[in-house]
Design a protein around this ligand. Structure first.
Ligand code: FES
Ligand code: MG
Length: 575
């Protein structure tokens, strides 16, 4: 099993020592009952686990890790599971995104500081995927991703109800007086009914699992197998076997996550109708692995492409249906003309080889590329005097009649201002207005919360209005929908033009022309800028470190000090 190359393995810088330090490194681990031969130079595989009871989407990860271990042992490796900061999307305030970069630091330093030769990343809930991918990329060891898989379809009174999407819909129905509060509460227990698993819409978690697979960083089918399906556990075991081989082959993350792989992921995002959050996360991941990628690439490569996947929030089905229909391999097979098929993936085969004969079992869920679910999908990147560094919109989740629109701005200074006034029937607003929300960006919130899909005023909902143009420097949940312009850069709190918008200003959105324009003269904007005061920023702790160093959304909202990597060099001895 052990080849001469194996003696150079980094774990042997710990376990291969004679004398005092070798004793220290081995003996303390042996308190867990490991026999001596596990320290003989075989690949040591770190299993990076984001299990937490506060991250219910990853609630099955302790069991999932056991299956990875089976595979690692079978292939002659030595698995060691370790916890990292887990980010539960639904519980964490002010937003889990505030901690994505912090968790990535935990991942990076945990890997580098320990006797690890290869890594398995257990990822599920929205931010756990990018934080683990980012942290691992900055180490660049052989690495394989295992996602937790989606929950089963939510079912309530004979209907399918999707994570997030169903909440946005039903809460607006309650506000419009079309649904009773008791029914709303009953639906709570019916939406999330499988133990463990991510949102089963094509929200951010499912999108990011698809991104991991499209990048070539997981075994095929990883994105879609439901969390509770036995095949999810089989995939974990096979991934455990494979990572040991990857260490023998020295197949590092940087060999997989190339520019071409990112281009494939961008195409895949359009084809699945994926979340706008993928834009920020992929930009940040690319920054860590040293791949040049920018916001414009998303429009150049990932717009004007067909969406083939009829899943909520853009469509009707859910992740369980997606898996049974064939999952991402079936999608990528259709998208082959747009892909770099020679991109290497973790199983040692190319992406093209992996998907060449992928079947599709349900064309209602995954269409062909020639007769797509939506012809013009992907992410459109808007620019103009309101967003000099860009803003994004997901046309497939927007209303066609609003994609070109001019309207009067109704401005909310922050989320509290919105919440305080939106239900007031005296609010001066109609369906032609453009809702503007400030101070929700990386620095402003802080953490760039998912509040961009502002709720509509009840007086308009009651008249049957279901969408309006909304603009902010925040994000929106991947499960949300609407004509929502997001990630406006620079953000208001950093002095971006969004900070200068006032009630009554006219705003023009023209998605086809990729334009977002504030119809106010430069002189007037300069006058307003002179009066603008930067908001107060946090004074201590992580919040301070974050606002001092976070980059704008168009750069991926990573900390400037975290861009790039430090590799997997073995740090100096501890004793
Ligand atoms: Fe965890 Fe949606 S809240 S995946
Ligand atoms: Mg989310």
């Amino acid at each position: 099993m052990t080849s001469p190359k194996d003696t150079k393995r980094r774990s042997q810088s710990w376990f291969g020592h004679e004398g005092k330090s070798g004793f220290l490194y081995r003996s303390w681990l042996k308190n867990q009952g490991y026999p001596s031969d596990l320290f003989d130079g075989r690949p040591v595989i770190g299993i990076c686990n984001t299990w937490s009871e506060l991250t219910p989407c990853n609630g099955h990860f302790r069991e999932l890790a056991e299956y990875v271990k089976r595979g690692v042992y079978e292939a002659g490796g030595f698995p060691l599971e370790f916890p990292v900061m887990s980010l539960g999307e639904t519980q964490m305030r002010p937003t889990a995104m505030l901690f994505r970069n912090l968790a990535s630091m935990d991942v990076e330093e945990s890997i580098r500081a320990n006797p690890i030769d290869g890594v398995v990343l257990l990822m599920g809930c929205d931010k756990t995927t990018p934080s683990l991918m980012m942290g691992a990329a900055s180490c660049d060891l052989p690495t394989i991703g295992v996602s937790g898989g989606p929950m089963l379809t939510g079912r309530w009174r004979g209907q399918k109800i999707g994570s997030g999407t169903g909440v946005w819909k039903m809460s607006e129905m309650v506000r419009a007086g079309e649904m009773e509060q008791e029914d709303f509460v009953e639906a709570e227990s019916c939406m999330h009914r499988s133990k463990g698993g991510t949102c089963m819409t094509m929200g951010t978690a499912s999108t990011m699992a698809n991104m991991v697979e499209a990048l070539g960083m997981s075994l095929p089918e990883n994105a879609a197998i439901p969390a509770v399906d036995s095949r999810r556990y089989r995939l974990a075991q096979l991934s455990g076997r494979r990572i040991v081989q990857m260490v023998h082959e020295d197949m590092r993350m940087s060999k997989i996550m190339t520019r071409n792989a990112f281009e494939n992921a961008i195409v895949a995002n359009a084809a699945i109708g994926g979340s706008t959050n993928a834009v920020i996360h992929l930009l940040a991941m690319a920054g860590r692995i040293g791949v040049e990628l920018n916001l414009k690439d998303w429009d150049d490569l990932g717009s004007k492409l067909p969406c083939l996947v009829n899943l909520q929030p853009s469509g009707e089905h859910l992740m369980e249906d997606y898996y049974y229909a064939g999952g991402l391999p079936a999608v990528l097979r259709e998208m082959a003309p747009h892909l770099h098929l020679d991109a290497l993936t973790v199983n040692g085969k190319t992406l093209g080889e992996n998907v060449a004969s992928a079947p599709c079992w349900n064309r209602d869920v995954i269409t062909t590329a020639s007769e797509p679910f939506k012809p013009d999908a992907g992410i459109a990147v808007l620019r103009g005097n309101l967003a000099p560094d860009g803003a994004v919109i997901k046309p497939s989740a927007a209303s066609t009649h609003l994609l070109q629109h001019r309207g009067r701005a109704v401005v909310f200074e922050n989320i509290e201002d919105l919440n305080a006034r939106i239900d007031d029937d005296a609010l001066d607003i109609d369906e032609h207005c453009v809702m503007v929300l400030k101070n929700c960006g990386p620095r402003g919130y802080p953490g760039m919360a998912e509040v961009g899909n502002m709720p509509l005023p009840p007086k308009l909902l009651k008249r049957g209005i279901t969408d309006m143009v909304r603009i902010s420097d925040g994000r929106m949940s991947g499960t949300a929908y609407g004509t929502v312009v997001l990630h406006t850069s620079p953000e208001a709190a950093a002095g971006g033009p969004l900070a200068l918008v006032q009630n009554g200003d006219m705003i023009e959105l023209d998605v086809a022309a990729r334009r977002i324009h504030l119809d106010v003269t430069d002189e007037e904007l300069a006058r307003r800028r002179a009066l603008w005061k930067a908001p107060e920023v946090p004074k201590r702790g992580w919040y301070k470190l974050y606002v001092d160093h976070v980059q704008q959304a168009n750069l991926g909202a990573d900390l400037d000090i975290l861009v790039g990597g430090s590799g997997s060099e073995v740090p100096r001895d501890s004793h």
